[in-house]
Write a protein that binds this ligand. Structure first.
Ligand code: HGY
Ligand code: MN
Ligand code: MN
Length: 422
C-alpha cells in the first residue's frame, strides 16, 4: 500500500506480501509453454503445480493431499483434532495466456496466513482448511467449477463424457492423470464439516483502483449462462457457388455474434455478452464454411435480467439461422445463479478490513468464482484485492506487493477473529 492511499494503515513491513508475490511467480513458471501462461486441468502442469502447492501446505504446518478430482487440500488442526473448519481457497488452473494472479492469489495467501499462525504456534477453536481447486475456469471440458462442484457434492457426472479439443474425454484424462472417475464423490464434503467458505481473489475490475482502496468486500457473485452453438450450413466451392445460393455457416455465425454484441451493448442494466471461442470447418481459404461452433457467455447483475436476456438472444439467433437456411443447435453448458455472500460472514470480512485500517467498501463480483459452487455446502464470503487497470484474463494482470500484503493481513485478521454465526 502506498502512503497516498485514501484509507490506509500507514507503512508496515510487507513480509507476507513478499512471500506471496515470490510464490505467485514460482507458480506462474509452471505453464504449458514458456511464451504464455496456461495451466490446464489434468495436464502435467496441473500435476507439477499441485505438488508445489502441497509442499507449501505441509511447510505451513498442514496435512495435505490431492483429492478425488485433483484439488489440493490442506488442513491445519484447531485446538483439538477433528474440529469443523473454516475453509479458505481459490483455484490454480488458468485461462489461456492468463495473468498469474487470478486464482493463485487467494490460494497462496491462505497458505501464507496459515504458515504465519503455525510459526506463532497459534491454534484456534476451529480447524482451517485451504483448498486449491483444480478447475474453475473450465478451459478444457467446457464446464466450469469442476473442482468446487466436486467438493460441494454437486459434480455433474455427465461432464465425464465431454471431450477436449483433442477428443480426449474427461474420464480418459482423469485415468491418465491417476484419478478414478468413478470415485469423484469421495471429494464431497458435508455441510457440518464446514463453518464457512472465504475466498480472497483479485478484483478483475477497475473499481477498487478508482476508489484508491487495496481491498473490497464482495456482496454477491453474479450469475452466468454459457451456451454452445453449432451452426450447420453447406460447404462448397468458393469460386463456383453464387452468393445467393450459399448457406455459409461462418457468415451466419458472424451475424449472430454481432447481434449478441448489439443486444448487450444497448442494454443499460449491466448485461454483458461474450463469444470467446469459434471454430469453422472445413477451414480452408477456398471452401465455404459448412460447420461452425461457437460459445456464448451471458452475465447480468440479476438472475431475472440474465434469463430474460438469454431467452431474447436465443430467439434472435434462431431467427438469423432460419432466414439463412442454417441448422442450429444450442446447448446450455453452464448455468449459475447469482450467489449472495452470507451477511454474517461478510460482516466479519468487513470488520477485518476496518481492523486493518481500511475503509470498508462493498462491491459485487461480475466474474465467477468457486464460491458459486461452494454455496451448496457452506455459507460464502469474498475479499477482493485491487488489481492494476482492472485487467484480468490477460498477461498484464498485476497486483502490487503492498496490496497482496494488505489482503493477507485482512485475511489473517479475519481468521484469528472468526466466530460462527452473526
Ligand atoms: O469466467 C469467470 O468469471 C471466471 O474467471 N472463471
Ligand atoms: Mn478467471
Ligand atoms: Mn478466478
Amino acid at each position: 500500500m502506498s502512503k497516498t492511499d485514501a484509507a490506509g494503515a500507514g507503512t508496515r513491513p510487507t513480509l507476507l506480501g513478499e512471500e506471496i508475490v515470490a510464490r505467485i511467480d514460482q507458480l506462474a513458471a509452471i505453464s504449458e509453454a514458456p511464451s504464455h501462461l496456461a495451466r490446464i486441468y489434468l495436464t502435467p502442469q496441473h500435476r507439477k503445480a499441485a505438488d508445489l502447492l502441497l509442499s507449501w501446505m505441509r511447510e505451513a504446518g498442514m496435512s495435505a493431499h490431492l483429492d478425488a478430482i485433483g484439488n489440493v487440500c490442506g488442513r491445519y488442526e484447531g485446538e483439538t483434532p477433528g474440529l469443523a473448519c473454516l475453509m479458505l481457497g481459490s483455484h490454480y488452473d488458468t485461462v489461456r495466456d492468463a495473468g498469474k494472479w487470478d486464482g493463485p492469489l487467494g490460494l497462496i495467501t491462505a497458505i501464507s496466513c496459515v504458515a504465519d499462525l503455525n510459526r506463532r504456534g497459534r491454534r484456534l477453536p476451529f480447524a482451517i482448511e485451504v483448498t486449491g481447486f483444480a478447475d474453475e475456469e473450465g478451459v478444457r471440458f467446457a464446464s466450469t467449477l469442476l473442482g468446487s462442484r466436486a467438493v460441494a457434492g454437486t459434480f455433474d457426472e455427465s461432464v465425464l463424457n465431454s471431450r477436449d479439443q483433442a477428443g480426449i474425454s474427461m474420464r480418459e484424462a482423469m485415468v491418465a492423470f491417476g484419478l478414478d472417475p468413478d470415485h469423484i464423490g469421495a471429494a464431497a464434503r458435508a455441510r457440518r464439516e464446514l463453518l464457512g467458505y472465504v475466498e480472497l481473489h483479485i478484483e478483475q475490475g477497475p473499481v477498487l483502483e478508482e476508489k484508491g482502496l487495496p481491498v473490497g468486500v464482495v456482496t454477491a457473485i453474479a450469475g452466468a449462462t454459457r451456451l454452445a452453438a453449432k451452426i450447420t450450413g453447406m460447404a462448397g466451392h468458393a469460386g463456383t457457388v453464387p452468393m445467393a445460393l450459399r448457406r455459409d455457416a461462418l457468415a451466419g455465425a458472424a451475424e449472430c455474434i454481432t447481434a449478441i454484441e448489439e443486444f448487450c451493448r444497448t442494454d443499460d442494466g449491466g448485461l454483458v455478452g461474450t463469444v470467446g471461442y469459434i471454430d469453422a470447418l472445413p477451414g480452408a481459404t477456398n471452401v465455404i464454411p459448412g460447420k461452425v461452433s461457437f460459445t456464448i457467455d451471458i452475465r447480468a447483475p440479476t438472475d431475472m435480467h440474465r434469463k430474460r436476456a438469454v431467452a431474447d438472444i436465443v430467439r434472435q439467433i434462431e431467427a438469423i439461422a432460419k432466414r439463412r437456411g442454417l441448422a442450429l443447435q444450442l446447448d446450455v453448458t453452464h448455468e449459475n445463479r447469482t450467489v449472495p455472500c452470507a451477511p454474517w460472514l461478510k460482516a466479519q470480512v468487513a470488520e477485518a478490513v476496518a481492523g486493518e485500517g481500511y475503509a470498508v467498501f462493498e462491491l459485487p463480483s461480475g466474474a465467477g468464482h468457486d464460491g458459486m459452487a461452494m454455496i451448496d455446502v457452506a455459507d460464502v464470503a469474498m475479499l477482493f484485492v485491487r488489481c492494476r487497470g482492472g485487467i484480468s484474463h490477460h498477461p498484464d494482470e498485476h497486483v502490487e506487493l503492498a496490496d497482496a500484503d494488505a489482503g493477507a493481513r485482512v485475511l489473517l485478521r479475519l481468521i484469528e477473529n472468526f466466530r460462527l454465526g452473526p
